[in-house]
Design a binder for this molecule. Sequence first.
Ligand code: DOR
Ligand code: ZN
Length: 349
Amino acid sequence: MSMPATLTLTRPDDWHLHLRDGAALRAVLPYTAAQFARAIVMPNLKPPVTTASQAIAYRERILAARPAGSDFTPLMTLYLTDTTTPAEIARAKAAGVVALKLYPAGATTNSDDGVTDIRKTRATLEAMQREGLLLLVHGEVTDPAVDIFDREAVFIDRVMIPLRRDFPELKIVFEHLTTREAAHYVRDADAHTAATITAHHLLYNRNALFVGGLRPHFYCLPILKREEHRQALLAAATSGSPKFFLGTDSAPHAAALKEASVCGAGCFTAPAALELYAEAFEAAGALARLEGFASHFGADFYGLPRNTGCVTLLRQPRTLPEQLPFGEVTIKPLLGGQELNWSLQPGWS
Ligand code: DOR
Ligand code: ZN
């Protein structure tokens, strides 16, 4: 098999990212801005970003936190609640907000204000369908009777299929797929349905959570699944289908919060996001398909122009720092202290 020494791609975008706020935002944004031209910014702040004016203010704080000379563009989202109004959708559209995020209440970090019953949002979803705003879905049921490893598959039957039927023209992104059921659902769905896949779900199965002891840095939601699911995700990501595209779900938490008796959910992958995806695609013999997944299909689905300019990955091993500054405290990137096969060349052309 040929082993290219460099891989040049159209500048990629991250279609699912947590940037947080304040000092945390200033600490993590440079990693993403060094790799991606744009990112879909998740709205699960405390309190959540639920109005157009909050999204405008958050966008300003992100722009102010960019490293000097960066042209990184944040693409803003609103956090959908039971009480989001159609009028707010019109204001969001006018403000340049591109999507709303559906968190089932209680599903994950800062989701307490999420949707308790999707039927309560009908008029708002109709407004989104009309205005062309996308719906981004955290696809897990919260029913405590459903096993945590089954929550995504059950969500398809209980929520996705009715949603798809009731709003056929709404563009829906099934975020951070983790199961074969979800990968096949999206593959077989119509053209208004797409999905993001994280690097960590392409690289690891649930064994990674337990190698030699409990590994909190591999704990995220939806949780890592069995190997057969990872294989299905890898097949989807490398299939060349434009329905699957890059979304890191990089979700920074302070090291002390991860290494605690109750560990927050989230893998911090921003410092080497593209390198991790390159590892996964190369292992599948599909490096040639990375560009579509990372740089073309997301923009196409969102109806945005593809980026101009390129980034280059070098086959040059690099050891990821074990920890990095995070405001007053520290944060540990996933795979910190380990050697990666690829390095992103600084800058773009
Ligand atoms: O692992 C996760 N972390 N999953 C989510 O859905 C939220 C995210 C976060 O905000 O930390
Ligand atoms: Zn997320």
